[in-house]
Design a protein around this ligand. Structure first.
Ligand SMILES: Cc1ncc(COP(=O)(O)O)c(C=O)c1O
Length: 472
């Protein structure tokens, strides 16, 4: 592709992008294609000869777009959001154009130094102690893996890194029963083993029961296990419950256990002074993760991972092959040593663009509004006698179900599952679900970048009407 062809197509694409953003509400939120639909439309073999970009764009519109679920539609209320925003997209365009590979300082000094500064900005914005240092990872799952590996190495004095497993099978990791599955994945990959992940029961509000944690650790010690790491969650995936950090931190501190905090979604709410209570006990934290790619309007992928002692993280991951030796080593941050991958994208530019474009007050305003909308929705739900709220509302997630009279629990579960499918199949909105105390629970997340109270009110009307029609 010649430069003027690129220029022409790039201009067309910018038009397409702006049009998409303006019209995204008119697309069905959830793709309605069936498994294999897209696969069958793509040729089995790549083209031998060059094809014009126009034909790619045509196929993109005809084949790909029907198979897209529109996460940027403000009627997307499922999972946690993967928000984007115009300043983030613009930065991503620059990043793609530069195509820098930011594995070490020398391979793009500006990327390394902007990353260092952006991590300081984010650290201060969310209220982590000033000694913490941060690195951008691709996902919270990767960051949690890094945390568990570092905890493993610290407690074994780096013997597993050096000699392989001899005592690893006796290590224990603790999290609540509501913790995200990425913790279990990390425990499996780290070689500690799924059987050594101790799931601590939760209280009525779905936050970790600290007394049960204390007991589990005591029991494990008596049986010869080595408690290695506790993962506390600020904003669980199911209900956004907040584990009691201070009490957990005290136990970790008394027992020499690594405390990792997963605040993948709710970390963004920490930019609000009124939500700083969630991080009370911060002085006990060893590592902390949150995802600007969820709720901070920075498109996927962009995970902020912070550690109290960067030296331990680096010692866990660093290697020094000849081809990566530089004259600046030791004087700068070579982020390849701060996690699993060697190659790294220039993600800091997105954060810079987003924060400068919104301003910290602008970010606070949006996040605060999302939370306000969630509480308004919860109020509306609790006013209906045939609906019930199933978990305390903490930030921007409301958990509820339809509960008409005269049905048993199994029937209510089946009805809510059917309701969820029918709503999602309508293309007008998209909800996801969880199961709380055996109850099929609808989750409505009011945190999409452009969601307004009107979107939520319309969705709520549709939920009520569909539910009552299903049961009539
Ligand atoms: C609490 C929590 N932790 C971790 C994750 C995993 O995030 P990622 O997709 O960045 O790995 C999620 C995903 O929703 C989550 O809700």
């Amino acid at each position: 592709m010649k430069p003027d062809e690129f220029r022409k197509h790039a201009h067309e694409l910018v038009e397409w992008m702006a049009g998409y953003m303006e019209n995204v509400e008119n697309y069905p939120v959830k793709s309605a294609v069936h498994p294999g639909d897209i696969l069958s439309k793509i040729p089995d073999n790549p083209p031998e000869q060059s094809e014009p970009f126009d034909s790619l764009l045509r196929d993109f519109n005809e084949i790909i777009m029907p198979g897209i679920t529109h996460w940027q539609n403000p009627n997307f209320f499922a999972y946690f959001p993967a928000n984007t925003s115009p300043p983030s997209i613009l930065a991503e365009m620059l990043v793609a154009t530069l195509g820098s590979q930011c594995m070490i300082w020398e391979t793009s000094p500006a990327a390394a130094e902007l990353e260092e500064k952006m991590m300081m900005w984010l650290r201060d914005l969310i209220g982590l102690p000033s000694g913490f240092e941060g690195v951008i990872q691709d996902s919270a799952s990767t960051a949690t893996l890094a945390a568990i590996l570092t905890a493993r190495e610290k407690i074994t004095d780096f013997s597993i890194n050096n000699n392989g497993f001899s005592t690893a099978e006796t290590l224990r990791v603790y999290s609540s029963g509501q913790t995200h599955s990425s913790v279990e994945k990390a425990v499996k990959i780290s070689g500690i083993g799924k059987a050594n992940l101790v799931k601590i029961p939760v209280r009525e509000d779905f936050a970790m029961d600290v007394e049960m944690l204390r007991e589990a650790i005591l029991n494990d010690r008596e049986r010869g296990f080595i408690p290695c790491c506790v993962v506390a969650t600020i904003g669980t995936t199911g209900t956004t419950a907040v584990d009691p950090l201070r009490a957990i931190g005290e136990i970790c501190s008394e027992n020499g256990i690594w405390l990792h905090v997963d605040a993948a979604m709710a970390g963004t709410a920490l930019i609000l002074p009124e939500f700083q209570w969630m991080i009370d006990g911060r002085e006990y934290i060893d590592s902390f993760v949150f995802n600007p790619h969820k709720w901070m309007f920075t498109n996927f992928d962009c995970t902020a991972y912070f550690v109290k002692d960067a030296g331990l993280l680096i010692k866990t991951f660093e290697l020094l092959p000849e081809y990566l030796k530089t004259r600046t080593r030791g004087k700068v941050n070579d982020y390849r040593d701060w996690g699993v991958p060697l190659g790294r994208r220039f993600r800091a530019l997105k954060i810079w663009s987003v924060i400068r474009s919104y301003g910290t007050e602008g970010l606070r305003e949006k996040v605060r509004e999302h939370i306000r909308i969630a509480f308004l929705l919860a109020e509306k739900i609790s006013m209906e006698v045939d609906f019930e709220i199933l978990a305390p509302v903490v930030i921007s997630v409301v958990c509820f179900r339809y509960k008409p009279v005269g049905l048993n629990e199994d029937q209510i579960n089946a009805l809510n599952e059917k309701l969820n499918h029918q709503l999602n199949d309508s293309g007008k909105l998209y909800l996801s679900h969880t199961v709380l105390n055996g109850k099929y629970t609808l989750r409505m997340v009011t945190a999409q970048t452009n969601v307004t109270i009107e979107h939520v009110e319309n969705a709520w009307e549709q939920i009520k009407t569909t539910a009552r029609r299903l049961n009539s």
